[in-house]
Design a binder for this molecule. Sequence first.
Ligand SMILES: Nc1ncnc2c1ncn2[C@@H]1O[C@H](COP(=O)(O)OP(=O)(O)O)[C@@H](O)[C@H]1O
Ligand SMILES: [Mg+2]
Length: 236
Amino acid sequence: MSHHFVKYTNVHYRYEDGTEALKGVDFKVTHGERVALLGLNGSGKSTLLLLTDALLFPSEGEVNVGDVPVTKKTAETIRRSVGFVFQDPDDMLFMPSIYDDVAFGPRNMNLPEQEVERRVNKSLQEVGLKGMEEKSAYQLSGGQRRSAAIACVLSMEPDILLLDEPSANLDARARRSLIELLKGFKHTIILATHDLEMAEELCERTVILSEGVVAFDGNTSQIFSDPEILKNVGLL
Ligand SMILES: Nc1ncnc2c1ncn2[C@@H]1O[C@H](COP(=O)(O)OP(=O)(O)O)[C@@H](O)[C@H]1O
Ligand SMILES: [Mg+2]
């Protein structure tokens, strides 16, 4: 995968119960871009992220990561370059220790234990959890669990980082350190969030979803200078 862009072409997704979560989404995120994904609850943000990490597959249309279409066949390849921080960190932390949680992905890739150790140390350092290796997730605060979940993804050294409402339930300091951490991530970020300030600070570009379609795609600064944009989608 030489170019780590993400491209959505006429993406539809229908859940088994018939809910049409996405109804034709088209946009492209270029390598190194940080894009905020905004929208009311139920607008399709999480669904779009799940499709980007090959955890769901479009009912119609196509998602491409670089030159690779996201399909069941390419899922493993996709997940090697796309890292997804789930909305609930508890979905990512299930080993007896934080060390093992963060080592889980690299070990799964059959990396040598020395390389696993290097990655775990580096990732825990980056998220500010050095020294917490032997603790288990339930001994950590909410903010620390979120950091641990991010470390689990960083240890896979992804080219594209997907985050689903990462600042929810964080206190001011944890939120600040998350923003700083993400500023330091040099690759592509797609950030689903309700946190407009975080979107403004991190992402030059914002895509707003409304009822499964793109309602706005442009500079984040525009949504602050033109309140109609948020009003039109019920966000203000
Ligand atoms: N597992 C599911 N089964 C059926 N419908 C779902 C499921 N997950 C989400 N939906 C529906 O799909 C739509 C989009 O949801 P979602 O992608 O979670 O939106 P957001 O993340 O923006 O809140 C909503 O109508 C939601 O109720
Ligand atoms: Mg969601």
